[in-house]
Design a binder for this molecule. Sequence first.
Ligand SMILES: *Cc1c(COP(=O)(O)O)cnc(C)c1O
Length: 361
Amino acid sequence: MPKDIRPQPGILDIALYQGGESSIPGLREAIKLSSNENPLGPSPRAVEAFRRAGHALHRYPSSDHAALRAAIGSVHGLDPARILCGAGSDEVIAFLCQAYSGPGDEVIHTEHGFAMYRISALAAGATPVSVPERHRTVDVGAILAACTPRTRLVFIANPANPTGTMLGPTEVARLADGLPDQALLILDGAYAEYTDIDDGAVRLATERPDVIITRTFSKIHGLGGLRIGWGYGPQAVIDVLNRLRGPFNLSTAQQDAAEAAILDRAHVDRCLAENARLRDWLTANLREIGVPCDDSHANFVLARFDSATEAEACDAHLKESGLIVRRVASYGLPHCLRITVGDESACRRVAHAIAQFKGLR
Ligand SMILES: *Cc1c(COP(=O)(O)O)cnc(C)c1O
């Protein structure tokens, strides 16, 4: 009998996630500025906690993440009962799509929005809907206009990746207020630590029944390799997500390293200060050499070129100089390159190489 083995609808529509490149063929020491990693790395206390976890690998991890949730709650002033931890915020995003959307439902993301929203929506069998942005910034009016009776989830990152732009509290509140009754708003705060602007996300997720925030240990805490993220929001939503969550979705090493990382406020402050200083320097330097970029609220800068061809040629020149940045054509920005704010020497090298490319040095 012929077999007919097929995946669920939507899954074959998923284009595989393209991560930032991490090496240049033929080059031993490339500088990687393509994945928004923390150039200072994690807190030494997180590394120590990770090492210590190696002594008890035969033990199952805590399944309720109580210690980690308590630490997150104390640092951010949140009720730990309303926090859910995942293997990266990617896993929290996937839980949200699985729990709240399926065939026939729409999941809104924006034109230049983070790729995982679309991927997770398709994985759940739902229909992703892309909404245009204005000048590389999320457009609340356009999102509200795109909402239908089928809209179940609306995802924005604030600050956004790969643009680095962000909405202020008034616009975010307007978005929450305008949502249809059956829709949840997810405010992805992967870069929230990097900005001084309070967009009101935490307050909305505390007070409203329909707003969730997500956060990650991959950026400011420098633990991208370990995969830890969390969500916070209405108790009813957190309770639903916990039903989907595998009881042992986070290893002891993940939980212990994350707890140590978030409690090391001095390390966080050092990373923030360095990022702000070098981000401002890189932005000013690029503008000076005729490469426009928006003010970034994150740990990267989006450099704009005159055309996709020029961006591609600059990327090739950077590679020859041992520098890996991120092409963002798949985010609808073929004329741009996203450059992670590295350490001081990396920032100087990338600025110098782009000036060289522009024929200025
Ligand atoms: C990096 C990033 C994340 C973090 O993903 P993790 O799975 O926690 O590593 C989430 N959202 C956006 C917009 C990001 O850029």
